[in-house]
Design a protein around this ligand. Structure first.
Ligand code: SF4
Length: 381
């Protein structure tokens, strides 16, 4: 059975003001204890699996996994390989905050087996980084990128954010130009969204956070694709751009409903041996996560066995995220044509409205509807 591996690291230097991810500010305490929990979870998971796993990808995300020293990252990669069989040439990604990196640390990660770096640069303007509450500066981001290249990383992704408070379209154009000038292999470009329970939500509700208007935000989205594709990047998913052959293999497996196993507090998993699949989350609370493992139990919560209807719906709304579109033939072969009747009728309606395009057995978003993708996906729920 092939399954990607995801390891969640729930600590950050500090909490960004917009962030609702499962992460907390790191107290400076030893991180070995958390790594021991991850290793224990891998052991229990291996014992519980009905069959051995071969992993084409391993993704260390968070949070800020680059708070871990290379030795700890190395232990995790080694154990993942031992217990689940990392395939030859597997993509091993580490998310990194530029403020945590040094040349030695980067060289250590490379030596430990990390071959893809995802750098959370977000902005090339100091005032915007401060506004976001980020824990790094622009010089740190530029130095981290340069040091990563020197350490031998030839597959680097950078994250950039637009629609930020006080950001103009010209600011965003300049940020994209700076990003392109670095020549990363991959760019993830996201609009800021105001999430429930974050400091930004409070400020926004109180009228203290002035965001670009809807039209300007739309222009930023369009400009992203225009500048990045103009620079030779392929726009392969709504927010993701890559050089040919440098798309995120790990994230692509999410959109094609391939199995993945998540480790760490709050990590999600999907096990799909039959086309329908089973999803579950790990306990998000660190104490609950620790307690379950100490009792020799997997920290699984909220397990859902997907129904035929759920699985078909997922195949459409996840598959359509990929801009080359979803291939209908394997979906029909998996679920049977009758099971797709509702979705195909919806495709027909959206096609007539010019929002979807059918192309040689594939269905994809029309270029003009990428910006309203979420409202299209909701039609398949
Ligand atoms: S570094 Fe990432 S995960 Fe951590 S608080 Fe900031 S946005 Fe959230």
């Amino acid at each position: 059975m092939r399954a990607g591996l995801y390891i969640h690291f729930p600590f950050c230097l500090k909490k960004c003001l917009y962030c609702d991810f499962n992460s907390t500010a790191w107290s400076g305490a030893e991180l070995d204890g958390y790594v021991e929990l991850l290793l224990r979870e891998m052991e229990l998971r291996q014992e519980a699996l009905p069959e051995p796993v071969q992993a084409p990808t391993l993704y260390l995300g968070g949070g800020t996994p680059s708070l871990m020293v290379p030795e700890l990252v190395g232990r995790l990669i080694e154990q993942a390989a031992l217990r689940f069989g990392l395939e030859q040439g597997a993509e091993v990604t580490l998310e990194a905050n530029p403020g945590t990196l040094t040349p030695e640390r980067l060289a250590g990660y490379r030596a430990a087996g990390v071959n893809r770096l995802s750098l959370g640069i977000q902005s090339f303007e100091e005032r915007l980084l401060e506004r976001l509450g980020r824990a790094h500066s622009v010089p740190q981001a530029l130095a981290a990128f340069d040091q990563a290249r020197r350490a031998g990383f030839d597959n680097i992704s950078i994250d950039l954010m637009h629609s930020l408070p006080g950001q103009t379209l010209e600011d965003w154009r300049a940020a994209l130009a700076q990003g392109i000038a670095l020549a990363p292999e991959h760019v993830s470009a996201y609009a800021l969204s105001i999430e429930e329970g974050t400091p930004f939500e409070k400020l926004y509700q109180g009228g203290e956070l002035v965001l670009p208007g809807e039209e300007e935000a739309a222009r930023m989205f369009e400009t992203t694709a225009e500048l990045l594709t103009g620079a030779g990047y392929l726009h392969y998913e709504i927010s993701n751009f890559g050089r040919p052959g440098r798309f995120s293999r790990h994230n692509q497996s999410y959109w094609s409903r391939q199995s993945y196993l998540g480790f760490g507090s709050g990590a999600h998993s999907f096990w799909n041996p039959d086309g329908l699949g089973r999803r579950w989350n790990n306990a998000a609370d660190l104490d609950d996560y620790r307690t379950a493992l100490a009792a020799g139990l997997l920290p699984e919560r909220d397990e859902v066995q997907l129904s035929l209807q759920d699985a078909v719906a997922e195949s459409f709304f996840l598959g359509l995220r990929v801009l080359s579109g979803l291939d209908l033939a394997p979906i029909k072969a998996c679920f049977g044509e009758d099971a797709l009747a509702g979705q195909l009728a919806e495709v027909e309606r959206l096609q007539q409205a010019g929002l979807l395009v059918a192309d040689g057995g594939r269905i994809r978003l029309a270029d003009s509807s990428v910006i309203i993708a979420n409202s299209i996906f909701s039609r398949f729920l």
